[in-house]
Design a protein around this ligand. Structure first.
Ligand code: KIV
Ligand code: ZN
Length: 498
């Protein structure tokens, strides 16, 4: 019988640390439900002591999902652990993930401590967490740069203290696959009691080796992989869930299975990308737009003769149904509903009607409507519930003339209007909005991206606006880039105007 690899998804904790990609609690619940349907074993829902928002998300995710274990992160101190236990109170299966840095860098420069004292703190944290939950995972932060002999001592001590899972993170993404694999093998061979715990990998992608290192860990005895959807995460990101799942599915001879329903991979990837406003790079393995696109004549000819000539994965295995990717103005409400279902989004009748209205309007302007467009429409329906919304926008601009914009905003249902001129259409429209919203605010970042290609494409705008020293991120997508810019500005304002 095949061995089992547990998939520990940290999209909502490590993944969510990407600047500008924070989700609110409702969005996190949506992702957690999609992860449950995808079949992940453990959802790391947050770091409860870090903010009231994170605490609330762990509470609400615990209530919203049934099968996966819900995990909360802590540092190795009593207060963090107490707060995590409280946040997990509604989880049907719960785990506390506690730990401390074990590399000499961390011991010396982060904790100003000694190796012996770090072991004592690690053991104390695990014992304290055991008072609240049975399932305690210990992480040895920067294990990638921790010498194996000392790491083995730490791991042996925490297993003796009751750790059920021992996490060996390559926090800085430094290890080579062979080196990381030997580290796991060393622990397997040298830690007394190692069979009483599951060894976990947690690899970062700073040198592009996160998945390779994770696989090396698995091949040497790790049975939990810590991953994120689309490989998102701080800096260069974390190991990608979809890559590990498909490697094990494609290489059956390894003899290790996961519980992932691979046909849900594509929909989950799109959902996370859309909610986090984080486009997937086109050549990303498994879920990138070009992952299955053969452009060279030789390859196209080969695939037409027999798909397996050049394709190692049938796109349908990861939920890409090429016939249903594009919707057009002739597609009905049922087609939209079905497509949303495949993307992991379920809407009630009212929300579906609203999304369909938006869909028809967009289809008038854009010939083919793809998955990103559809998710953008759903996101728009959500933002319409915001306090401030854009009622209308009219802009005149051109070469050799100053741009002029008229803007109407609805604030709690009441209409406010203003007009302004500027050195371009966006500048004029933003100045008009500022005439209505009298707050001190400065645009710190302004990023425009095309989602796919073509002059009828939807453009996505990310804007960071600072107000009283805090940065607020706003996002919007629209075929009209000036409208998208104003909507992104308003989205950011909605986060501090109540
Ligand atoms: O990368 C890391 O070391 C972590 C730990 C907190 C598990 O994210
Ligand atoms: Zn990490």
């Amino acid at each position: 019988m095949a061995d089992r690899l547990y998939i520990f998804d940290t999209t909502l904790r490590d993944g969510e640390q990407v600047p500008g990609c924070q989700l609110n609690t409702v969005e996190k619940i949506e992702v957690a439900r999609a992860l449950e349907t995808l079949g992940v074993d453990i959802i790391e829902a947050g770091f409860p002591v870090s903010s009231p928002g994170d605490f609330k998300s762990v509470v609400e995710i615990s209530k919203a999902v049934t099968w996966p274990t819900i995990c909360a992160l802590t540092r190795a101190n009593e207060n963090d652990i107490k707060v995590a236990a409280e946040a997990l109170q509604y989880a049907k299966h719960k785990r506390i993930h506690t730990g401390i840095g074990t590399s000499d860098y961390h011991i010396k420069y982060k904790f100003n401590s000694t190796r012996e004292e770090i072991i004592e703190r690690a053991v104390a944290a695990v014992k304290f967490a055991k008072k609240y939950v049975e399932d305690v995972e210990f992480y040895a932060e920067d294990a990638g740069r921790t010498d194996n002999e000392y790491l083995a001592r730490v791991i042996e001590a925490v297993i003796k203290a009751g750790a059920t899972v021992v996490n060996i993170p390559d926090t800085t993404g430094y290890c080579l696959p062979d080196e990381f694999g030997r580290k796991i093998a060393y622990l397997k061979e040298n830690v007394k009691g190692i069979d009483n715990a599951i060894i976990a990998t947690h690899c970062h992608n700073d040198l592009g080796m996160a998945t390779a290192n994770t696989m090396a860990g698995i091949l040497n005895g790790a049975r939990q992989a810590e991953v994120t959807v689309n490989g998102i995460g701080e800096r260069a990101g974390n190991t990608s869930l979809e890559e590990v799942a498909m490697i094990l599915k494609s290489h059956k001879h390894i003899g290790i299975d996961t519980n992932i329903n691979t046909q849900k991979i594509y929909g989950t990837s799109r959902l996370v990308s859309s909610l986090m406003n984080m486009p997937v790079q086109p050549n990303k393995a498994i879920v990138g737009r070009n992952a299955f696109a053969h452009s060279s004549g030789i390859h196209q000819d080969g695939v037409l003769k027999n798909r397996e000539n050049y394709e190692i994965i049938d796109p349908q295995e990861v939920g890409i149904d090429e016939n249903s990717i594009v919707l057009t103005a002739r597609s009905g409400r049922a087609a939209l509903k079905h497509r949303l279902h495949l993307l992991g989004v379920e809407l009630d009748k009212e929300a579906l009607d609203k999304a369909y209205d938006g869909f028809l309007k967009l289809a008038d302007r854009k010939k083919d409507i793809n998955d990103d467009d559809i998710l953008m429409l759903v996101g728009k329906a959500r933002s319409e519930k915001a306090r401030i919304t854009l009622d209308y926008l009219q802009v005149t601009s051109g070469v050799g003339v100053r741009a002029v914009a008229s803007v109407g905003l609805l604030i709690a249902g009441e209409r406010f209007e203003a007009a302004a001129s500027g050195n371009g259409p966006v500048d004029a429209a933003i100045k008009a909005v500022k005439q209505i919203i009298h707050r001190q605010m400065t645009i710190q970042e302004f990023l425009i991206q095309a989602i796919t290609k073509g002059s009828d494409d939807v453009g996505k705008v990310h804007m960071a606006v600072s107000h009283e020293g805090i940065h607020y991120n706003g996002f919007a997508a629209n075929t009209d880039i000036v409208a998208a810019s104003v909507e992104a500005f308003i989205d950011a304002i909605n986060k501090f105007v109540h």
